[in-house]
Design a protein. Structure first.
Length: 267
């Protein structure tokens, strides 16, 4: 019963749908947190997080349950497609900044990768329209790490070549920090994907990768529809390599190239 109540809490708080046999995941994600707070059971945890007196504990629980491992240049074809096709197309148009949204950005690798790709594009083809990257996540802990842009150990090594480490980072003690010119394009802010996007404005490209798998079909359809509404005409949407929107909407057409797949908003 306590696990079912926690399932309902998590779905209501952030839209994530836990399966019926995911008790082990809850235990592994929340074990240390419960030990520190001297909480012996999931039932006692639920009592506290449903009380206004424990608002910070509720935030920590959501942080722990929504934190997902990521790495640099995940699904590299997406970034090659951005550099070779989408950025050139967007720079053919006149206008102000190109706006890109990295939804569920976790610890910041994805938005910084986008900024790195922009840097590579500009060094090869010259500076075009300025690029602004909005990066959002529900986890305040992840956002703090992302803003710092400081990565150590395996978090640096996974997905980056030595040349990329040298070009896009500066050494800091035993870690690497993202260079200021890469950071400057990115703005981090908290956002629950199950809530409104109206304050974000319109985008030319949205990355929402490896996130929809955690939501119910009904919420998936709602999120995809609102992502479409957040795009400028002809804008592009990137999903994870194992995700598809074929059963969710007909508002996009698939575009394939350079080993990557994007979905372009139909006119």
């Amino acid at each position: 019963m306590d696990y079912q109540a926690f399932q309902q809490f998590l779905q209501h708080a952030c839209g994530i749908q836990l399966g019926a046999s995911k008790e082990y995941l809850v235990s592994s994600r929340l074990g240390n947190l419960m030990k520190e707070a001297q909480i012996d059971s999931l039932g006692e945890l639920l009592k506290r997080i449903n009380s206004h007196a424990y608002a910070q504990l509720k935030v920590k629980v959501i942080d722990a349950m929504t934190t997902n491992e990521t790495f640099w240049f995940r699904d590299i074809g997406h970034f090659i497609l951005m550099k070779e096709t989408i950025l050139p197309d967007l720079n053919k148009e006149r206008g102000a900044s190109i706006r890109i949204w990295s939804a569920a950005c976790s610890s910041g690798q994805e938005p910084y990768n986008i900024s790195m790709i922009v840097d590579e594009y500009e060094s090869q083809r010259g500076r075009g329209r300025p690029v602004q990257i909005e990066a959002t996540d529900i986890s305040t802990k992840m956002l703090a790490e992302a803003r710092a842009g400081l990565y150590c150990g395996l978090t640096v090594e996974r997905g980056l070549t030595p040349e990329q480490q040298k070009r896009f980072f500066v050494p800091k003690e035993r870690c690497l920090e993202v260079r200021p010119e890469i950071k400057r394009r990115v703005n981090f802010r908290p956002l629950n994907l199950a809530s409104s996007y109206q304050g974000l404005g319109k985008f030319d490209v949205i990355f929402c990768r490896n996130v929809l798998i955690y939501f119910s079909n009904e919420l998936k359809k709602d999120i995809v529809d609102r992502l479409a509404n957040a795009l400028n005409p002809g804008g592009y949407l990137f999903l994870g390599s194992t995700e598809s929107i074929n059963q969710l909407t007909n508002r996009f057409e698939m575009k394939v190239g350079h080993g990557g797949i994007s979905y372009r908003l139909r006119s």
